[in-house]
Design a protein around this ligand. Structure first.
Ligand code: PAF
Length: 309
């Protein structure tokens, strides 16, 4: 496993792999790797010949200085974790410094990427500028990566929609692959932020998944009013001590807008704060099939990894 710090070195390594006829899989991360990230890496490895993991804590996507400085960073242990997956499974780790991706640093970048529409609501409302930071850094990573498939976790559902849209709008030769959320045994979605929860906050953190599960049950039992489903989720969070709800929402899969009535498949999303730690989560929910109801299912990708050479 090669650890590369320079942007040019990363682009060359991926070009070389393609010249050797290998398909390339890229897993963008901010480090502090956990089992959720490893599941993305494992999927990338199963479906690509050559796999690169990027590790970069992107300052531009943090709208809060304190959150940026508290973000856990331990490159050595991340590299060790990636090596432990198996010899030669991850080919490249790209771990740039800030000036490698933001050449004008510490001046703000002149060129940024803004994905209109999808970024206004939900996380966009609570974290102004966050998605401009995500879109800008992901556009840079995609530009350096070249033709590849990029693997993202569905826990950040809005991020996946934004990244997919930017790849399409900027004609970048990247297929965005959404991977299922990995959960602890009590339902808490894996996140680098979980490590910052106090033992007490950790015990309350399961409320996000409990609220989503109750919302999903209501939808599957025929509740088709988004406001009612929202209310069910909100009440469960309000009853939990030490948890402040930012939002509980019902949205369609593609535009992330709230439907007038629920039919087919929708996404339930939630965000809450446990003291200074902010957590997000989401699940799919399906209305019971009725005559005339259209069911929108997400596309599944199946490709097979060629043997490494
Ligand atoms: O999901 C993340 O870890 C980050 O938002 C990403 C996609 C790596 C961009 O910095």
């Amino acid at each position: 496993m090669l650890v590369i710090h320079s942007a040019a070195g990363f682009a060359t390594a991926l070009d070389d792999a393609r010249l050797r006829g290998l398909s390339v899989g890229v897993v963008p991360t901010m480090g502090a790797l956990h089992a959720g990230h490893l599941s993305l890496v494992e999927r990338a490895c199963a479906e690509s010949d050559f796999v690169a993991v990027t590790i970069f804590v992107n300052p531009m996507q943090f709208n809060d200085e304190a959150d940026l400085s508290a973000y856990p960073r331990d490159l050595d242990s991340d590299i060790e974790m990636l090596s432990s997956i198996g010899q030669g499974v991850v080919d490249v780790v790209f771990a740039p410094e800030v000036p490698d991706l933001y050449p004008d640093h510490p001046r703000p970048p002149s060129t940024t990427v803004h994905v209109d529409g999808l970024t206004d609501a939900l996380e966009g409302k609570f974290r102004p500028g966050h998605f401009d930071g995500v879109a800008t850094v992901v556009a840079k990573l995609f530009a350096l990566s070249g033709r590849c498939r990029a693997f993202f976790g569905e826990k950040d559902f809005q991020q996946v929609a934004v990244v997919r849209k930017l790849a399409r709008d900027l004609c970048l030769p990247v297929e965005v692959v959404a991977c299922s959320t990995v959960r602890e045994s009590d339902g808490l979605a894996m996140s680098s932020r979980n490590a910052r929860l106090s033992p007490e906050a950790r015990s309350h953190a399961t409320v996000l998944h409990r609220a989503l599960t109750a919302g999903r049950r209501a939808v599957s039992e025929g509740e088709d009013r988004p406001g009612e489903v929202r209310e069910i989720m909100q009440q469960i969070v309000l009853d939990e001590p030490g948890v402040e709800l930012d939002y509980a929402e019902v949205v369609d899969h593609f535009e992330l807008s709230t439907p007038d009535r629920i039919c087919g498949e929708v996404r339930l999303l939630i965000a809450a704060r446990l003291r200074e730690v902010r957590l997000i989560d989401n699940v799919a929910a399906s209305a019971p099939a009725t005559t005339g109801t259209t069911s929108h299912s997400t596309t599944s990708h199946s490709t097979t990894r060629k043997s490494k050479t």
